[in-house]
Design a protein around this ligand. Structure first.
Ligand SMILES: [Zn+2]
Length: 267
């Protein structure tokens, strides 16, 4: 088996503040950089326990240069930085993978559930909808796995995200690292969280994974509500896009790749 792990940071156990996920704030960041690495390691160990032979890890937070490679097992290929490919947080994902797993993901823009809740860009995007469903980074990238018929078997992140996962993909196993309340987080302990990740990842990769493959609708309609009207006006000039109101742009496509391409060039 060959699996793909996409790792973000805002949903890592106990993360509470932007200072803790920004490399320019080393006093706070290093502790959580190490914790993120250890949660990815726990997922790798769970995958190896389940008999996985090859693991690709995408460091999918901010600079894409957070995970400490020395701590990961020899079966891992680590993708660092950003290629500019529209698949963004799941760059290189294709139908050769047997499963997708997400670590450290978080609640979507405009929702509670995490003090750092956002979708793709906290400075540009108010909210994203796909086929009228409000969309997180989990849903946005989960659809890429759906296109390639790769089962999305496991997600870890805040409890708000886990509610969304239950709704959208009920057979995906979820691990809640913390509950976000306003600007606070209430979290379990890191060691406990890692043990659960390892056990649940093993469980998620055992048995019939096909229950975690998403349907691919015939058409996708993306709506992005931007924070500024100027950004929306600019994006509305993308070929095929339409300005719905001063801050909202709509774009429809049959191929999901075109949806991700729109986001790459307008956000
Ligand atoms: Zn992030």
């Amino acid at each position: 088996m060959k699996v793909y792990i996409s790792a973000d940071m805002e949903g890592i156990t106990g993360v509470n503040h932007w200072d803790e996920v920004e490399h320019k704030k080393p006093t706070f960041y290093h502790q959580f950089q190490d914790r993120m690495t250890k949660e990815v390691l726990a997922a790798c160990e769970g995958a190896l326990d389940a008999g996985v032979k090859e693991i690709w890890v995408k460091d999918a937070h901010y600079s894409g240069r957070n995970i400490l490679s020395e701590q990961l097992p020899k079966e891992v290929k680590l993708i660092r930085g950003w290629s500019g490919h529209p698949y963004s947080m799941v760059q290189e994902l294709d139908s050769t993978f047997n499963a997708l797993l997400m670590i450290g993901y978080h609640s979507m823009a405009g929702r509670g559930g995490n003090p750092l809740a956002h979708t793709m860009s906290s400075s540009k995007i108010d909210s994203i909808y796909i086929n009228d469903q409000q969309t997180s980074e989990f849903f946005l990238h989960g659809n890429i796995a759906g296109k390639h018929k790769v089962p999305l078997v496991f997600v870890s992140g805040d409890a708000g995200l886990c509610e969304e996962v239950k709704d959208v993909s009920p057979n995906t196993i979820c691990h809640a690292t913390m509950v976000g309340v306003g600007d606070s987080t209430i979290s379990i302990q890191p060691l406990e969280s890692r043990n659960t990740i390892r056990n649940k990842v093993k469980e998620s990769l055992s048995g019939d994974l096909s229950y975690c493959i998403w349907d691919h609708p015939k058409t996708y309609t993306l709506k992005i509500r931007f924070i500024k009207q100027q950004t929306a006006y600019r994006a509305s000039h993308y070929l095929g896009a339409e300005l719905i109101d001063s801050k909202t742009v709509s774009f429809s496509a049959k191929d999901y790749d075109d949806i991700m391409r729109f986001i790459l060039f307008t956000v």
